[in-house]
Design a protein around this ligand. Structure first.
Ligand code: ADE
Ligand code: ZN
Length: 347
């Protein structure tokens, strides 16, 4: 979407608000144009005739129908330059949307299973992230995410392969996530590997309560001991859990357009984002997999604002929540919150 979209004034104002994006899969930022370019560069055959045919295939019925295409698309990512190009394109877009900080998930198993070395993945992403920090002034962290449809042993193997790289990427790699097919793969499947990651000092997040039940949010908190929940929209099915999230200020990284495209909600107007916010939950707005769901973070803010009649104050609160809920050090958060207060007072 561009300024041709409805509400250009609101969009322009939203762009001026300093914001953080906390739920973003870098593999989910692979636009069809880049997919074709990388396929050509790497001699990979795609089962589509054109960019338009790829976009036309993005008709999802649920999470799994999306994941099947997402993993197939990631097959064009082979070299360090590919991972660099992918992340550099996202960061340019993030900067244009007024993001000042991003926490990016990546799925090493998606690549190592195809014979791509984990060093290649780290090196390409890190080069783009450091360059964007220096040239665009946008800061970023990496969250290494385990695929939950695979075994805990596989997650341990991935951690073992990544740990020798920790020192080289200490400025970026701060945390661990859990994604992929949620139903039937409860958080407790990964209790031991999360305990190990906690001992190692990583920040912990996990997808829970996207398609799966509110009970998965509980076990992500109680068993995996995460400090932030990705999605978590099903938490409102359990009023006691919701009260706990509010009391403990546990952030939920909500992705409205993703929820719409994957059938978690039938319409944005019935999304519980505004109800959660008005109940006092620490909700944030994020894009998840923008190349597949038809919108980056600003599109998510704008679509939510329109569908849910969010006030300017509520939109500023959502931006402030994104900074509070980030893993940035407190002085950095305070500086960004000051900038946000200033920007909001200009609107
Ligand atoms: N991997 C990429 N996007 C995802 C999502 N929305 N849920 C679970 N796993 C994912
Ligand atoms: Zn996600």
């Amino acid at each position: 979407m561009t300024d041709q979209t409805p509400n250009p004034e609101l969009r322009r104002w939203l762009r001026t608000l300093p914001k953080a994006e906390l739920h973003l899969h870098i593999e989910g930022t692979l636009e069809p144009e880049l997919m074709f370019e990388l396929a050509r560069r790497n001699g990979v055959t795609l089962p589509y005739a054109s960019v338009e045919a790829v976009r036309a295939a993005y008709q999802f019925t649920d999470l799994q129908s999306f994941l099947d295409l997402y993993y197939a698309g990631a097959g064009v990512l082979v070299t360090e330059q590919d991972f660099y190009d992918l992340a550099a394109a996202y960061l340019r877009r993030a900067h244009a949307d007024g993001l000042c900080h991003v926490e990016i998930m990546f799925d090493p198993q998606t690549h190592t299973q195809r014979g791509v070395a984990i060093d290649t993945v780290f090196a390409g992403l890190a080069r783009a992230l450091r360059e964007a920090r220096d040239t665009l002034g946008i800061s970023s962290y990496l969250l290494l995410s385990f695929l939950r449809h695979l075994s805990e042993e596989d997650a341990f193997d991935t951690l073992a392969a990544a740990l020798p790289l920790r020192e080289a990427y200490r400025d970026l790699w701060v945390g661990i996530g859990l994604d992929s097919s949620e139903r039937g793969n409860p958080p407790e499947k990964f209790t031991r590997v999360y305990a190990r990651c906690a001992e190692l000092g990583f920040r912990l997040v996990a997808h829970a309560g996207e398609e799966g039940p509110a009970a998965y949010v509980r076990t992500a908190l109680d068993t995996l001991r995460v400090s932030r929940i990705d999605h978590g929209v099903r938490s409102s099915d359990d009023p006691d859990l919701l009260q706990q999230l509010i009391r403990q200020r546990i952030p939920l990284t909500v992705c409205p357009l993703s929820n719409l495209k994957l059938g978690v909600v039938k319409t944005l107007a019935e999304h519980n984002l505004a109800r959660l916010l008005r109940a006092g939950a620490m909700v944030t707005i994020n894009a998840d997999d923008p190349a597949y769901f038809g919108g980056y973070v600003l599109d998510n803010y704008l679509a939510s604002a329109v569908a849910l009649d969010l006030s300017h104050d509520e939109l500023v609160t959502l931006a402030a929540n994104s900074i509070h809920a980030s893993f940035l050090p407190t002085p950095d958060k305070n500086r960004l919150l000051d900038q946000l207060a200033h920007a909001a007072s200009q609107g």
